[in-house]
Design a protein around this ligand. Structure first.
Ligand code: HEM
Length: 206
């Protein structure tokens, strides 16, 4: 079976749904099994933050994958994975809002202003909202050219998200640095010579 036919098959989308839901199901299972460790809230905050960032990178990787492999079908999953990114971000935010601020809006906003890494994360969260709202076909048609311009915001979101992670780690910068490098590679795809790179023509030329 070729790559395009796998990506276009009827079961490809259900599989991607399952893959995106797997971390959530795993965390729910761990919570019921009392296996979230000594600090369950911290574990849930960290895992939901990590998955938000990972899914954001996957969303951004789909367009370069289309270019590099010459297979347009990767784009079928962009909206879905983008919406899961927003979903995990909402969970991440909700856990913090409930556990740290007991749903007190004033207290929460004070923290957003006071702590720079929270300011960065919160800004990314706010910017994700218009992208999630305008991700359907009706909005794409309605916004026309402006849709593409609006969705360039995703790069600002990525920058804010990586800075949020870099700012909050106290000692081990390896993980946020790896995410930052992946983000830079994906950004270079849009502006640099990687834009013209294609795996098929590369292997054909060898
Ligand atoms: C696109 C948006 C966001 C992304 C990608 C993101 C990502 C992350 C990541 C990767 C971590 C670290 C996980 C770890 O250490 O293993 C984290 C931690 C955290 N994030 Fe976010 N985050 C986002 C938005 C937010 C928002 C909106 C808030 C709250 C306003 C927030 C509050 C926190 C807190 C409190 C922590 C834990 C800090 C600590 O351990 O001291 N984040 N986030």
């Amino acid at each position: 079976m070729s790559l395009p036919s796998v990506l276009k098959s009827a079961w490809a989308k259900p599989v991607v749904h399952l893959l995106c839901l797997a971390p959530l199901l795993f965390l729910i299972g761990s919570a019921f099994a009392d296996a979230l460790g000594a600090n369950p809230v911290e574990k849930l905050t960290h895992e939901s933050g990590q998955w938000t960032l990972r899914l954001l990178l996957v969303t951004l990787a789909l367009s370069p994958l289309r270019q590099w492999t010459g297979t347009a079908a990767w784009i079928r999953f962009r909206r879905m994975v983008g919406l899961y990114t927003y979903f995990y971000c909402c969970c991440h935010f909700a856990i913090w809002f409930i556990a740290d601020h007991s749903l007190d809006l004033g207290d929460m906003l004070e923290d957003v202003i006071k702590r720079p890494y929270i300011t960065l994360g919160f800004s990314a969260f706010v910017l994700l909202l218009p992208l999630a709202i305008t991700s359907n076909q009706a909005m794409i048609r309605r916004l026309g050219r402006n849709w593409k311009a609006l969705h360039q915001l995703v790069y600002a979101i990525l920058l804010l998200a990586v800075l949020h992670f870099l700012w909050l780690v106290k000692a081990d910068y390896l993980e946020p640095t790896i995410y930052a490098i992946i983000g830079v590679v994906l950004l270079l795809h849009r502006v640099g010579p990687m834009k013209r790179f294609n795996l098929k023509s590369f292997t054909a030329a060898r």
